[in-house]
Design a binder for this molecule. Sequence first.
Ligand code: IDP
Ligand code: MG
Length: 149
Amino acid sequence: MERTFLMVKPDGVQRGLIGEVITRFERRGFKMVASRFERLPDARVMEHYAEHVQKPFFPGLKAYITSGPCFLMVWEGKDIVKISRDMIGATNPAGAAPGTIRGDYALEIGMNVIHGSDSVETANREIAIHFKPEELVSYTRIDEQYLYE
Ligand code: IDP
Ligand code: MG
């Protein structure tokens, strides 16, 4: 079953949106398999955002993402990488559709509430950056027989 890395960013934590984010993914039928609440250490920020370190917005992004604690999660379910990106919405909340997390709760590209992996390959890379294999919990949710045909 496919897995992805999701993270409520410091603005989402400070604005009390952890529960809202979890609720949306739980109700869709996805299953949380790992979580951690922490302030990201610099080394992991560089690794996580390796593709962006040379970009002009990176200093601001690094200051933002380390400005407070984040809520890190691994979730599992059918097609979760694509579906979670659709649920999160466009990177710039100004263009994010209503009904998406960014479209409902954010206004600015530099304060967009949540991170979600953009491909299965990225998901596997990001999960490995933030979690040890033994931190991922395998279990069956009791409603799976009514989620999957
Ligand atoms: P994504 O989060 O939708 O995958 P990416 O392009 O991977 O978007 O960018 C990672 C994060 O970097 C964004 O979520 C946002 O927080 C920040 N970011 C991206 N582009 C900009 C920008 O032009 N200005 C400020 N922050 C940006
Ligand atoms: Mg990205």
